[in-house]
Design a binder for this molecule. Sequence first.
Ligand code: SF4
Ligand code: SF4
Length: 375
Amino acid sequence: MSKCAVFRADKYDDEILYAVVKKHFEAHGIAEDLSSASNVLIKPNLVADKEAAFSVTTNPRFVYAVIRCLKDFGVEKITVADCPGGSLLLFSQMTDVYRRTGYSFLGEYAALNTDFDSSDVFGQADFANGKFNIINAVAHADYIINVAKLKTHNLTGITAGVKNLFGCIPGMQKPAFHAKYPSKTDFSNMLVELAATVKPDFTLVDAVDIMEGNGPTNGKKRHLGVTFSSRDVFTLDKFIAEILDIPPEKVSTLSAAEKKGFIGTAEGVGDTDFTPQTPILLPDSVRAETAGGKIGAKINTLFTKLNDALFMSCPQMNEKCVLCKKCVATCPAGALSLQGKKIILNKNKCIGCLCCDEVCTNAAVDIKRRIKRKR
Ligand code: SF4
Ligand code: SF4
């Protein structure tokens, strides 16, 4: 059994969040793991340099509550680190990310990482990816607290604890993984192997405000008023999907983790009566009519597999494009180019990874489904 906690938190108020995060720490006895000598790493989701109000990143007030609790336990060495999407970041660019996401004030209480040097970390010998090159702040920490944002995700269905750890991979190595694993199934398998290699000691999920629809960067903000935690990141993601009534077959990282036998039985504690008032809207790229019951779930699984085998997601830039070329620099397949005053897609090269949508902070990427071409 893996204990998974759920507690309501109505808004990003420092005292409410401090009390709620404290309940999460207490529910799992985390204080007993830590001392003044601990070197604790907090891994938030800073996928794009968007203000907290857009609900793209882990809210900085939520991270502040985590730091306050760690200080209560006497922890002195606390580092906040993530490697956002896109090309390799420089010190000045990362400082700008902290400023724009509202994280700068956290520098008074913890170190804000700006170093993207990396080291190899070894996972299970039977993994397709037996080692990962991850940023040193994570590789050298002795206690990792994964502080994820709950959002829908145009590739994996949702992003919660497992997908958040992709930010441990430095800069352009991230798009390179998309190029190496163009199929959603293989890519999700890699994400699961990465999560099992990073092995976060504790995962907290900020779902006070979430993103639904075409996440992870261009969906709609929605107030949900809830938070989650567990020591077991895989079972936690399944627990969240169940509480929020998201069909697990729509979340490719859950299918991959299930296949590896990483998902255990959740022992829910806290506000387990929480239910969203209306269903969470999934991205267009993974949405399909879903039927209830066991037979419905089987039909949904088959439909999802068929849909993924025959069709792929394909970007189309819209009139909001400001020609910043972030997507061009990030595309792992070299499928985008600036021609005149337009970003042009070479459909023959596109692998449907949607990195372009993830790095675009202008909601300038529409996603269409099209029949897969033979390569
Ligand atoms: S689509 Fe977005 S990321 Fe790409 S050039 Fe346009 S605004 Fe920039
Ligand atoms: S165009 Fe977008 S979806 Fe296609 S390969 Fe490039 S980043 Fe991925």
